[in-house]
Design a protein around this ligand. Structure first.
Ligand SMILES: [Zn+2]
Length: 120
């Protein structure tokens, strides 16, 4: 397994831990987006308005992984690591994924929405 594939699968697994989604889908990716990156599994839906199946005229097929700051775009066929197409591969791929994982940590420890207080 190449490094990019391993990193993408690892990231998928981390997202699953946060969202509580089924772990069996690691190899396919998962639908997730935050300020740092976007991930979307290979799509078979063929819906007319789907940016992964039928992009609007003049637009490109949406990537399966996109890191916003570096512009890294990855597409795969059905499962991560198959028919991979990469654009804007950064020199330091590890730092991109550290960035993604950190963004998940922030989400996990995100703002405490519970404002219940017994001291009122
Ligand atoms: Zn689709």
């Amino acid at each position: 397994m190449d490094l990019l594939t391993a990193l993408l699968r690892d990231l998928t697994s981390s997202i699953c831990q946060i969202t509580g989604e089924d772990n069996s889908i690691y190899g396919y990716g998962i639908t997730y987006e935050n300020d740092v990156f976007m991930m979307h599994p290979y799509c078979w839906c063929e819906e007319e308005n789907c940016p992964w199946c039928n992009p609007k005229e003049g637009e490109r097929i949406a990537p399966n992984f996109y890191h916003k700051k570096s512009g890294l775009r990855v597409q795969w066929y059905k499962y991560i690591g198959r028919g991979t197409e990469i654009e804007n591969m950064p020199d330091d791929i590890l730092s991109v994924f550290v960035d993604c994982k950190n963004s998940l940590e922030e989400e996990k420890n995100g703002p405490d929405v519970c404002d219940f207080s017994t001291n009122k």
